[in-house]
Write a protein that binds this ligand. Structure first.
Ligand SMILES: [Zn+2]
Length: 438
């Protein structure tokens, strides 16, 4: 069976075929760094970590780009609120998030671009869109994308322009030509970070950064574009519009979106005051507990998260780890071991079949638990065998001790050597002889 991936663009599972054989170009939208990262961020990063690890397991070379939005209204507002420099706040949360990803056992992306370090690429792209009349400059020096120049606009979220507008708020002070147009560049305001551009000093709008970074680090076309499903509209819709109008080519082959983490049935959000930060999570729980919880859920569905879910995660992880206990008895041959060998093969097939079905991690875990059961059964059978031979080994060692007392060395050694052939290792010390199964 070959890998199929659910594509938000087509609403279907499609065979996974990369642009370049053996290589995957994957872009995943990262956080806006203005506050503590929460378990929702952790969930999304773990979902795409599973995707990346499985693709690498399948032999693909994955180039994984994840951005940090380090120039944004929220960062500027936060900076004003606490009287700190916006770039210092951003830097602090970037470093914290990178360290949290390591603690969550998430592989670090190949590249971590930041808006503040990608300004020339962003300016170049905006200029290209202005040149081709997909964007226009206002009297104040803002640059807007002209949505009506893109006949495909709305193809990802399946919204028509009128529907798209229903979700947006437009301030009457803005100089946009059409309500659906969105900002590519915002003219500088006093006290805000700004950079030079052909339209005067200013800073990028939110959406353009991902288009510019993806283009710069991965090329015109990419295999996977990922993010939370709250980004489908307007963020990803706008990314597609910008990139495809700029390059004239289809942007991403597979659009993958994870469901939102929900706390007690509500969407977790800062405004609802029900955030659990990654630091809070990791202070109380093993990172693998949270990875088990994420793996146990279908990534496109909402992940219900509360204290009970954590208890279930703890239990599942403990069960998985029982398979890793060292065997105390002998590793023998016999029906239990034959069954184990069979289960290893079966579990591998079932694991890959599940993962090939749009990264069904819950199905893959079920295959692992079948293997855990077989390992534990084989170990118990081995322990039982070890216990049943103990009286006979003890008897032979008593006889051997008598032989040694009678200086019958050759016979005593023969018993030791024959036991060794049977997998019983005898050790002689000043206190007497001990034995263990090899
Ligand atoms: Zn993005």
């Amino acid at each position: 069976m070959a890998l199929v991936v659910y594509n938000t663009l087509t609403h279907e599972k499609e065979p996974f075929v990369t642009i370049e054989p053996g290589k995957v170009r994957m872009y995943v939208c990262g956080p806006t760094v203005y506050d503590e990262a929460h378990v929702g961020h952790a969930m999304s990063s773990i979902v795409f970590d599973f995707v990346r690890r499985y693709l690498e397991h399948q032999g693909y070379q994955v180039r994984h780009v994840m951005n940090f939005t380090d120039v944004d209204d929220k960062i500027i507002a936060r900076a004003a609120q606490i009287g700190e420099d916006p770039s210092a706040i951003a830097r602090r949360y970037v470093e914290q998030y990178q360290e949290q990803l390591s603690r969550l056992n998430v592989l670090q992306p190949t590249v971590f671009p930041r808006v503040s370090q990608t300004i020339p690429e962003i300016v170049r792209m905006v200029a290209g869109l202005v040149e081709s009349d997909h964007a226009y400059i206002t009297a104040s020096g803002d640059v807007y994308f002209r949505v009506r120049t893109d006949p495909d606009y709305g193809k990802l979220s399946r919204r028509k322009l009128a529907d798209a507008l229903a979700g947006t708020r437009v301030a009457s002070s803005e100089e946009k030509l059409e309500e659906e147009d969105f900002a590519l560049w915002k003219a500088a305001r006093p006290g805000e970070p700004s950079w030079d551009s052909p339209w005067g000093r200013g800073r990028p709008g939110w959406h353009i950064e991902c288009s510019a970074m993806s283009l710069h680090y991965l090329g015109d076309q990419i295999d996977i574009h990922g993010g939370g499903n709250d980004l489908v509209f307007p963020h990803h819709e706008n990314e597609i519009a910008q990139t495809e109008c700029f390059t004239g080519k289809p942007f991403a082959r597979y659009w993958m979106h994870n469901g939102m983490l929900q706390l007690k049935g509500e969407k977790m959000s800062k405004s609802l005051g029900n955030l659990v930060t990654i630091d809070e999570l990791l202070a109380a729980h093993d990172a693998d507990v949270f990875r088990m919880i994420v793996a146990g859920s279908q990534y496109r569905k909402p992940l219900a998260f509360d204290a009970d879910v954590l208890v279930d995660g703890e239990r599942a992880l403990a069960r998985l780890r029982t398979a890793l206990r060292p065997a105390t008895g002998p590793v023998t041959t016999g029906p239990a071991v034959d069954a184990l060998a069979g289960q290893v093969r079966q579990s591998r097939i079932a694991f890959e079949a599940a993962m090939d079905d749009d990264f069904n991690t819950a199905g893959a875990l079920a295959a692992l638990f079948d293997l855990v059961r077989a390992i534990n059964t084989a170990r118990d059978a081995g322990v039982a065998a070890g216990q049943s031979i103990a009286p006979f080994v003890e008897l032979l060692l008593t006889v051997r001790l008598e032989l040694r007392k009678a200086q019958q060395w050759a016979l005593a050694d023969k018993i030791r050597d024959e036991l060794k052939v049977l997998g019983v290792v005898v050790k002689d010390t000043a206190q007497g002889s001990s034995w263990r199964m090899d």
